[in-house]
Ligand binder design. Sequence first.
Ligand SMILES: [Mn+2]
Length: 408
Amino acid sequence: MTMTTTAMIRSIGRNAATADKAISTLTKRFYNATIATTSDNIKYGMGYGIVHSQHLASEGVESEHLFRHVASPRIVSVIGAPMTYGQPFVGTLSSDALSFCLIFWVCLQDSGPALLREHGLLEELAELGWKVEDIPDLDFATIGAQAMQANPSLRNNPNAKNSIQVGAGNKVLADLVESKLKLGRFPLILGGDHSIGIGSLAGILRAKPETGVIWVDAHADINTPTVSESGNMHGMPLGIMMKELTPDRRAIPGLEWLDEGPHPSPYLSPDALVYVGLRDIDKAERRFIRQLGIKTFTMYDIDHLGIGRVMDLALEHLLKNDPNRPIHLSYDIDAVDPMHAPATGTAVRGGLTWREAHFVAEHVVKSGSLASAEIVEVNAALSDGQGASATVELGHQLVNAMLGEAML
Ligand SMILES: [Mn+2]
């Protein structure tokens, strides 16, 4: 609540008592929560959300222009997706990580969503003018264990590590994202590792197949089980969601659901994707990007053109044929320079500056086309206390920017 509160104190002047009163009124409004209707709730204890009723004036999110794909009154569905099965640190927790574990009761879960919430994220989104539906974190440990029990004969492929757990968790996420979009809400997904891109893209493309995607990342995440050097699925979401690269998703244990049932999940067209911030691309990924002609802005392009021009070109690419196309922003915190975001699984030097990182989100919001977003790889367990809180703080600010916080 810092920005508006500060502004309010300034506008009120130096009368501390008046300012205090104004702040306590603000705070009280945040906690006047009402229970949301939950006709769309889903099993595993998710789906029940709390809509915080907010009446704070906002010129932002209710305007005709901003978030025009979201129904009015604007509701953001905050989905905690603390997936860890797509990255290599499952079960190899440091002592720092272990203490986080004890504090947040999340040994097989990522503490990212919990930490983001701890820092008052929901209240801030409410202050921006959103009604907030807070959905409890998906329990991927239980979902994964049940999937393993249900198919004892299925074996995880060493080239797609934990694919049964990754797949089962993403199936639940996809259903949730799809249902929220169909209700006209804005799904905000708090990861978790980037393998959750499989579920969020599947759900998004089922609800709105015309969606364009901006993938902000140090990495291309377009590996496939066939070419991946590590077998870690957080490097594969785009490879799995492109028909040209994974023509038969039923061949990957755990991911059969993508191509089964009455509503299979559409693939993402290479033309519907724009990369921003890449700087660490595997050989096979480079070949895929070139072959498929994916619009890509690496850190070189950002240095060359400036982030303003890069984001203009990114939006132009996605919106030139259909200005009404919804956009999904998939934001990997490792796109940002490790100076600002050290607590992440695969940090690479030479990333986005603090302002560039914010600008990416601010500019996509300004287009009015943003319809869903996710922030991933905020992994407090992978840094010391100071690095962890810096990373969480940045993630927190980026989410605010994604949901419409602007300087003026
Ligand atoms: Mn990523």
